[in-house]
Design a protein around this ligand. Structure first.
Ligand code: UT7
Length: 334
């Protein structure tokens, strides 16, 4: 497929409130040593009371617009990847659209932690078809709202955040190969069982804590360390590129051990596998644009660099996008 879209702007937002491993030691039977050794996570951010996913997404989206030097009126389509919407409906994207004073169509897309890559796929497709010139794609989650803070197996992992990019029609190669995958047979491995149409909210559902995230961590780990390398290779092949062409692997930030394993499996040096999971935890659909914005604002990517953005998550879902970076290096002071 001829490349017609590039990333014209990027922005992200991390809530102020920090939850450290020491804080968690006072809440559940865990230790800083265990969390660091098994996940690499040291702290994560928690949305303030009253701060919902749309609030996080609106800030990130507004920053992406500023970075692209565009206004809300320049955007033809807004997509928000999230699995922790403000409400079951309306879509969180509608709330973001209103907050930013946009008038374009806006919808949510739920591919859990892979939501941003699925959103990029939809955004690029809209541009390629000629139906849109510029698409704002956000990944935003306040997943800690759905975490059981008495369950040590999950409560140490997640944090809240949002990230966004402006995709724009372009002549130069930008977003290259994108691959997506789904295996619904793994739906039970990671889910929030209650609160939907299968198990509507009742007192007994709340008493059973079925409105919280349930996860088979070992199986999800096994899935992740296979899905990331496979998706990366497929997206590179779809782009006519090879592993040696990659400047950065930017994987979903879930667990440092997953990042180490996929780097080894792909033969990519650890200093080319981006990680800030230590400071953010797993921010679900926000994770990849947040990581990309960190790379960009810290001056570590330059115009022409080749990046593989790779996600995995509940569904099961996975996806990868190979991107040729088309923005100037951000000044380290900026
Ligand atoms: O976006 C996708 C999101 N999900 C993921 O990426 C999850 C992928 N999976 C993982 O990251 C890892 O499987 C975990 C970090 C969730 C768990 O690490 P693990 O090395 O697979 O540990 P485990 O589940 O096999 O548990 C080992 C032990 C157990 O104790 P016993 O049965 O050996 O006595 C757990 O009860 O560690 C215990 N444990 C803890 N201990 C202290 C589990 N959580 C904790 C904890 N603190 N927070």
């Amino acid at each position: 497929m001829t490349t017609v879209a590039h990333i014209a702007g990027i922005g992200s937002y991390l809530p102020e409130r920090i939850l450290t491993n020491a804080d968690l030691e006072n809440m559940v039977e865990t230790s800083d040593e265990w969390i660091i050794a098994r996940t690499g996570i040291s702290e994560r951010r928690i949305a303030e009371e009253g701060q919902a996913t749309s609030d996080l997404a609106a800030i990130a989206a507004s920053r992406a617009l500023d970075n692209a030097e565009l206004t809300p009126a320049d955007i033809d389509l807004l997509i928000v990847g999230t699995s922790s919407p403000d409400m079951i409906f309306p879509a969180t994207a509608c709330l973001v659209q209103n907050r930013l004073g946009m008038t374009c169509p806006a919808y949510d897309l739920n591919a859990a932690c892979t939501g941003f890559i699925f959103g990029m796929h939809s955004g690029v497709s809209a541009i390629e078809s000629g139906r849109a010139r510029r698409v704002l794609v956000a990944g935003a989650d306040a997943l800690t709202r759905h975490i059981d803070f008495t369950d040590r197996a999950t409560c140490v992992l997640f944090g809240d955040a949002a990230g966004a990019v402006v995709l724009e029609r372009s002549d130069e190669p930008g977003v290259m190969g994108i691959v997506l995958g789904t295996d619904g047979s793994g739906a039970d491995l990671l889910k929030i069982p209650g609160g939907g149409s299968a198990m509507p909210a009742t007192h007994s559902l709340l008493d059973s804590r079925l409105h919280y995230v349930r996860m088979n961590g070992n199986e999800v780990f096994r899935f992740a360390v296979n899905a990331i390398p496979t998706a990366t290779r497929q997206a590179l092949e779809a782009s006519g590129l090879e592993l040696g062409d990659l400047d950065w692997l930017v994987p979903h930030q879930a667990n440092q051990r997953i990042l180490n394993t996929v780097g080894q499996r792909l033969g990519i040096p650890s200093d080319r596998v981006f990680s800030h999971v230590h400071d953010t935890g797993n921010t679900s659909a926000a994770s990849i644009p947040l990581a990309l914005d960190d790379l960009y604002t810290s001056g570590r990517i330059a115009n022409g660099d080749i990046l593989a953005l790779v996600g995995f998550g509940a569904g099961l879902t996975w996806g990868a996008a190979v991107v040729r970076w088309t923005k100037a290096t951000q000044s380290k002071e900026g």
